[in-house]
Design a protein around this ligand. Structure first.
Ligand SMILES: [Zn+2]
Length: 235
C-alpha cells in the first residue's frame, strides 16, 4: 500500500505496462511490436522524411488497433484517484494512447505525444490537432495550409519530449512519486525517479518485472497494473 497524507502531492508516471492489459502491444515487453517493426525504421524524423507512407501505415495500424482497446482497471482507478486527490495528483504518461482519458482521467500529460493527434511536419506554427484518420497511401495524407505534409504528433527517437518544463516543476513539488509499468529504459523519464527521490519524495515502482533503474525506488510492487493499481493507494 502507498499511504497518501492530505498534504501529499502525487506524481504518477505511466508507461506501456499500464496499457498492456487493454490489449495494446507494448514496445519492449514480450511480443512487443518493435520485434516485428524496427523502431529505428519507423519512429524517427529521418524515417518520415525518407518514407512517410510506411511511417503513416505504421501509425494508421496503431490507430486501428487502438480503437479495439478499452481502458482497464488501472486506468479507471487512476481516474478515481485523481478525483479523490482534487488537484494534488499529476498524471504524466509515456503512452501515446488515450486509454487514460477513456478511463475518465481529466488531465493527462502526454510527454511523448498522442496517437490521435497530428501536426505539420514543417514548423509553421500550426498547433497539433485531433486526427483519427487512417492513411495507407501517401496521397491520402493531408497537407498543412503551408503545404507541408502532416505527421503524427508523436515524439520520435532523437526528438525532445513535450511539457518538460512543467514536468520538472511538478517533480520538484512531488512528495510521492509512483511509476506504473514503465521499464526505466527510455530517457528522460527513466531519470524522474532519481530526481524526485533526491528532492525527498518517496518513490515506488509497480510492474511485473524489475525496472532497469530499480535502485531509484524505495519499494517495488510486483504485479500487473490492472491487478495492483485499484488497491495500491490509500487516502
Ligand atoms: Zn504547416
Amino acid at each position: 500500500m502507498i499511504h497518501l497524507a492530505p498534504t501529499d502531492r502525487l506524481f504518477v508516471l505511466t508507461g506501456a505496462g499500464v496499457s498492456a492489459e487493454s490489449g495494446l502491444p507494448t514496445f519492449r515487453g514480450a511480443g512487443g511490436i518493435w520485434r516485428t517493426h524496427r523502431a529505428t525504421d519507423l519512429a524517427t524524423p529521418e524515417a518520415f522524411a525518407a518514407d512517410p507512407q510506411t511511417v503513416w501505415q505504421f501509425y494508421s495500424w496503431r490507430r486501428e488497433v487502438h480503437e479495439t482497446c478499452k481502458p482497464n482497471a488501472a486506468h479507471t482507478a487512476l481516474a478515481e484517484l485523481e478525483r479523490r486527490m482534487s488537484g494534488r495528483m499529476y498524471l504524466c504518461t509515456q503512452n501515446v494512447d488515450e486509454l487514460h482519458e477513456r478511463g475518465g482521467s481529466q488531465r493527462v500529460v502526454h510527454m511523448h505525444g498522442e496517437l490521435f493527434r497530428s501536426r505539420c511536419s514543417a514548423r509553421c506554427g500550426r498547433e497539433p490537432f485531433v486526427d483519427r484518420g487512417v492513411y495507407n497511401a501517401l496521397a491520402e495524407v493531408p497537407r498543412c495550409d503551408c503545404g507541408a505534409i502532416i505527421r503524427p504528433h508523436v515524439c520520435w527517437f532523437g526528438e525532445t519530449p513535450y511539457f518538460m518544463d512543467e514536468i520538472f516543476r511538478m517533480l520538484e513539488q512531488a512528495t510521492v512519486f509512483a511509476v506504473i509499468g514503465s521499464s526505466g529504459v527510455v530517457e528522460p523519464a527513466a531519470s524522474f525517479a532519481g530526481m524526485a527521490r533526491h528532492r525527498g519524495a518517496r518513490t515506488y515502482y509497480l510492474g511485473p518485472e524489475a525496472p532497469a533503474n530499480a535502485t531509484a525506488f524505495d519499494r517495488w510492487f510486483e504485479g500487473t497494473a490492472a491487478e495492483l493499481v485499484p488497491r495500491l493507494f490509500s487516502l
